[in-house]
Design a protein around this ligand. Sequence first.
Ligand code: URA
Length: 244
Amino acid sequence: MRLAKYLAEAGIASRRKAEEMIALGRVKVNGQLIQKQGVKINPEEDVVEVDDKIVRKTGSDKIYILLNKPAGYISSVHDPQGRPTVVDLIKNINTRIYPVGRLDFDTEGLLLLTNDGEFTNLMIHPRYKITKKYEAWVKGNITEEALNILRRGVILEDGITAPAGVKIVKRKKDKTLLEIKIHEGRKRQIKRMCAAVGYPVIKLKRTAFAFLNLEGLDTGEYRYLTLDEVKKLKQIALNEGVKS
Ligand code: URA
């Protein structure tokens, strides 16, 4: 297997960034510095190090991917209308993977994909309360009163929303950038919350999911989660599940 592919699949970085890391002299195979592209390794036998730390692969048939979703892709495996799907962005996968929850067609940002149904259930079930962070540009200059309603709970047709963390990041002449943290995952929740208080969303991006963020990933890029990240996500969900 090519070294950059191995690093990408081990969750170190996207394949392009892994190539940069190799060129920068950060990668060793069996103790030997490798700066050439295209070197092949045997994942079963060779010891790969990045910044002098040994890289471990997931070592199972389960796949966990963190994608920086672009707008214009649908969060499903197949679209009857023929629109591009998030799965189309993931290359060289020979097993069926699907998104963990959904981001709208026009929403960007952090989306997980996997072939692990149990993991998906832990991540999306409201009982497990995984925190999701969004950046939302809303139309107009939002008032303190509207912010407080968003924080306390907004009445939507499917019930009042749970308390949310809401901060202003930036104000422009006729729009406001908000950071919103929620742990529910209702359909179009952020857009419906903001519209309900009179400030419709113009642009939406998910920037964090639990402790995961988009660092090092441009729009459309992805990386594999590390074994430790998967373990930690499961722990967070299960701890929250016990509390509720
Ligand atoms: N809330 C929305 O309104 N849309 C999304 O895609 C995600 C959260």
